[in-house]
Design a protein around this ligand. Sequence first.
Ligand code: ATP
Ligand code: MG
Ligand code: MG
Length: 544
Amino acid sequence: MWRAKRLYHVSVPPISQFKPLPQFKLKCGLEIHTQLNTKNKLFSRSVNDPFRSADTPNLHTTFFDLALPGTQPLLNYEAILYAAKLALSLESNVNLNSQFDRKHYFYGDQPLGYQITQHFSPFASGGQLSLLQDIDDIDEKVKDIRITQLQIEQDTGKSLYRKCDLVTLIDLNRSNVPLVELVTEPDFENLKQIKAFLKKYQNLVRHLGVSTGDLESGAMRVDVNLSINDHARVELKNLPNTSSIMNAIKYEYQRQITIMRNGKAEEMLSKAETRGWTGSSTVKLRNKETTIDYRYMPDPELPRVALSPDVITNIQKTMPPLPDEVLQGFVSAPYFLSLKDAKILCLSSNGQGEIYNHAELQNYYVETFKFFVDGIKSRAAKMRSQTSKLPTNWIIHELLGDLNKLQLPLSKLAAYLTPRVFADFLMLIHDAKISSSSGKLLLFHILKNFQESNYDISKPVDFDSLIDEYDMRLIKHIDSSELKQICRDIIGGLNNEKLINDLVSGKKRNSIKYLVGQGMKLSQGRIQAQQFEKTFKEILNVKW
Ligand SMILES: Nc1ncnc2c1ncn2[C@@H]1O[C@H](COP(=O)(O)OP(=O)(O)OP(=O)(O)O)[C@@H](O)[C@H]1O
Ligand SMILES: [Mg+2]
Ligand SMILES: [Mg+2]
């Protein structure tokens, strides 16, 4: 008698209890699809803007994107250029004679009936991306992730399933957008390496300007392949962001361990399978070996991509220095940035570049630094380490904070508060014309006014009159008895004997900062903090 096979139920512990165990060795490889942000699509002249879908579906489509009979693909060379840049930056060998193939399957958002990809002869192979402990926050000193290959292919359209009337809507704005599929060797051994690789690769595509690299919008899509102790690999799909990627791996790791511990590995982990992430668990989509036969064949309508070695050499010449080199440059002479600050300059946090992109920010910093150093030299002053920190502190910390607060794009501001002008501003602080607390107010005021003037760049910034208008000029030569009186008044006004005793005895030395803060507030930042500190110590007879 036929009986339904009882499904073996695996009870997986919660993700929060995830713990990598040495006896269960994790091995992972990634497949990453990256949309190239070329002007046009891969095989047609339509505009490449897959994100227009929400308001205007099917806007960017030509007859070829719709797969109307009689239309033919026409290769966009810009996509080849972008893919070559990416391949070279990964030390991958560009194939001088790659080819496009048809991968056949039917789906509503794939009207050709096949996807044009590179199966037999991919665009580039080999190469690596090195992860470094200092820069990428991994546990090992260095970890090289080998690249298997990069292939160019077209993206599919999008299907929108409407439950209410059981209708599926098709949007072809994304159809035929150029993609690079990057495949790594199964070199990853832990989560930190995967997280670091994704961040580094994302930063790389942004740095090269070949993609926005955003996971959330689908410009970058990651499939994870995972196996434990040499059992069959499981491919994880539908991972929309970094936390899904991490959680899916954690879940899958625990699921497979549970299976092994229950003696079911032979039965359940001997065949490769594809699983999807539901948000809380992985579910089987299909067996790898039973996937349909795609009937790959070379696309007869597209000639081979024949590149001369000169083309590659010339592209290599136009390549910018890679992110790690740029970072190293900022931590060494003449900038001497801390690694943390250098990372802020080099690692873009958002691909859209709304407030700034890393190239603009680096440029603004480098230019300002140059003008500032010239300013110091012109005063025949020495560049002390405290002085060289001024551009860093004021750009990376103060200015970026203000821009974010005001949602003011750096590109707009740089036309008005140019690096030369910003260096002048820094000189005001360097020359002690204004205190840094006044500087903060002044900078914010200038930015806010600029924004309110609707980005009017016609009137140049006039620091001198602004400083006078707001009465910010530092009082350098205050009479010492007058200053002592101000300090005594502050102490008297506090009426806090314990604070003063603890300060004088050295128990709570930090309280001096509080007193100085009161002084700065009272003088509206016009008397220097150091003067206050000195005077407070004098009148309190502080010995430490
Ligand atoms: N034993 C293994 N454990 C974990 N990952 C593995 C293992 N063997 C291979 N992989 C990874 O599986 C991935 C294979 O990707 P590839 O694109 O070559 O084939 P695929 O997944 O079969 O094809 P498709 O592109 O149709 O998904 C690579 O990232 C590779 O590193
Ligand atoms: Mg795969
Ligand atoms: Mg693949």
